[in-house]
Write a protein that binds this ligand. Structure first.
Ligand SMILES: NC(=O)c1ccc[n+]([C@@H]2O[C@H](COP(=O)([O-])OP(=O)(O)OC[C@H]3O[C@@H](n4cnc5c(N)ncnc54)[C@H](OP(=O)(O)O)[C@@H]3O)[C@@H](O)[C@H]2O)c1
Length: 453
């Protein structure tokens, strides 16, 4: 592993072309027989039984382990991971909710000979990565050892016809590092080659690793024809606007000529939204919005008060699009505040998946609810292209060493983080991997908006 790292580090200060020629030497380096990775263990799956969700502590379940390097199959690539990021799915895996992810691994393993290797008593987690290709499996033609890449997290088989219009509809669609093994929170990872995309040259490894999952998800949810098809001039209500998904939804909204109404829960988060360029911000905590009177009863007066507040900010406009993910706690309000004919687009249910809303507001006002999940390769590629061009920026607030991933996941679970939390995997320090200093200099302030927050 040290030899690999030395080769990668020897590219520091070179431009993209020179780095590429140096990194081609990785083709001749032996593949390390083991690597360090963050895992949850099957034997721990019941460790939090009986505890409330918020008391389940990822620091107790996430462990650093030496992983035997798995064999590389057709269409796959073994990548050296310089940096990764914490996504909420690693929180779900680490607290074994809503189900243990070992169920996913077992099911996948039953599907083919190639997939059998995923069924192990440990699950290497993580759905983002920036790094370098070390080896490619049979049949891979687009990528070579030495390519600097980021990986998106869509794993598909595409043997079934249903996946060939929109690959997210493949019945064998999985999220890498959540529903498959050998994920990105590790020094190496196995991906399908059609998960690879060029690493944005102006970013460090940890900055490049931060946007992948959430930026692609927000892109499909908000911009794609599979999602809400946002257009110039739209008003977009964004829950958790400085969080993982929300910080990209806010940028995509501004970049697309629409107006975000950002909802957050603290003055610091409100300030981050303003620093991204948003002007309409609601601090749900400071303004005391409580959409539920008790566990079973929603408060429609609060929906109204919230709607009035949105109109006050927008000059009388209701949201064309509501960007949903908190779920049960906010969904009734989201359906209520969307414009007549508007769209509520949802990709998650952090606060509970059994939603309740007043259907009269939906049908009488011809609103639509769209379910959205990650992104297909094309959408992930488009989202990554916006990052590469400096139109959308990473929202990395801080990074942790690989062995402290549990602490990073704990902070995300407790909603104590800002934007994205990065993890250094093989990269020994922050700040490495930049190949285009000129583009970086142009966007440095925007790239650093969330840093140190
Ligand atoms: N389907 C997919 O493909 C997909 C992809 C990515 C993520 N997800 C899911 O989406 C959810 C959010 O992910 P993320 O990465 O954005 O997480 P995150 O970084 O924790 O951000 C979520 C934000 O939502 C807000 N929030 C949390 N609970 C809330 C509540 N009860 N009411 C109102 N706002 C609330 C918080 O902002 P404030 O406290 O500032 O309001 C928080 O910053 C997770 O459940 C995740 O698993 C799904």
């Amino acid at each position: 592993m040290q030899e690999i790292l030395n080769i990668i580090l020897s590219t520091e200060g070179t431009d993209a072309g020179a780095a590429c020629s140096i990194l081609a030497a990785l083709a001749d380096v032996d593949v390390p027989p083991t690597y360090r990775g963050m895992v949850v263990r099957a034997q721990d799956a019941a460790m939090f039984d009986g505890l409330a969700s918020r008391d389940k502590d990822p620091r107790k379940s996430l462990q650093l382990m030496d992983i035997p390097t798995p064999p590389l199959g057709p269409g796959e690539a073994l990548i050296v991971v310089m940096a990764s990021a914490v996504n909420y799915n690693t929180v779900w895996t680490s607290i074994f909710e809503p189900v243990s992810t070992f169920k996913f691994l077992k099911k996948y393993a039953r599907s083919s000979d190639l997939a059998r290797k995923h069924d192990l008593p440990y699950h290497v987690v993580g759905s983002d990565a920036a790094g370098v290709v070390l080896r490619t499996g049979p049949g891979v033609t687009k990528w070579r050892p030495g390519d600097q890449v980021v990986a998106h997290c869509l794993s598909v088989e595409l043997e079934d016809a249903t996946g060939h219009d929109d690959t997210m509809l493949d019945p064998e669609q999985r999220i890498w590092g959540f529903e498959t093994n050998f994920g990105g929170l590790a020094e190496m990872a196995i991906v399908k080659s059609n998960q690879l995309m060029p690493k944005p040259a102006h970013l460090t490894w940890e900055e490049a690793a931060a946007p992948g999952l959430v930026n692609s998800t927000a892109y499909r949810q908000l911009v794609s024809h599979h999602g809400a098809q946002m257009k110039q001039g739209d008003t977009v209500l964004i829950w958790g606007a400085s969080g993982g998904l929300g910080s990209y939804a806010t940028q995509l909204t501004l970049n697309g000529g629409a107006t975000p109404v950002c909802v957050v829960s603290s003055p610091e988060k409100a300030e981050l939204c303003r620093r991204m360029g948003a002007t309409l911000v609601i601090d749900r905590n400071a303004e005391g919005f409580r959409f539920w009177k008790d566990e079973n009863t929603q408060d429609s007066d609060e929906w109204r008060r919230f709607g009035e507040r949105v109109r006050e900010l927008t000059g009388g406009e209701d949201p064309d699009i509501v960007f949903e993910h908190p779920g049960r706690e906010t969904f009734g309000a989201s359906v209520y505040v969307a414009k007549r004919g508007g769209t509520i687009v949802t990709c998650a249910s952090t606060s509970g998946y059994l939603h309740q809303y007043d259907n009269r507001y939906l049908w009488m006002n011809l609103k639509r609810i769209i379910g959205s999940h990650f992104a297909n390769y094309r959408e992930a590629w488009e989202a990554n292209r916006l990052i590469s061009r400096g139109a959308i920026h990473p929202t990395l607030s801080k990074t942790y060493a690989l062995e402290h991933t549990g602490q990073a996941a704990y902070e995300v679970h407790r909603n104590a983080h800002q934007g994205k939390v990065g993890v250094l995997c093989l990269a020994p320090t922050e700040g490495l991997g930049v190949r285009d200093e000129a583009l970086r200099a142009k966007h440095l302030d925007a790239i650093n908006t969330f840093r140190g927050r």
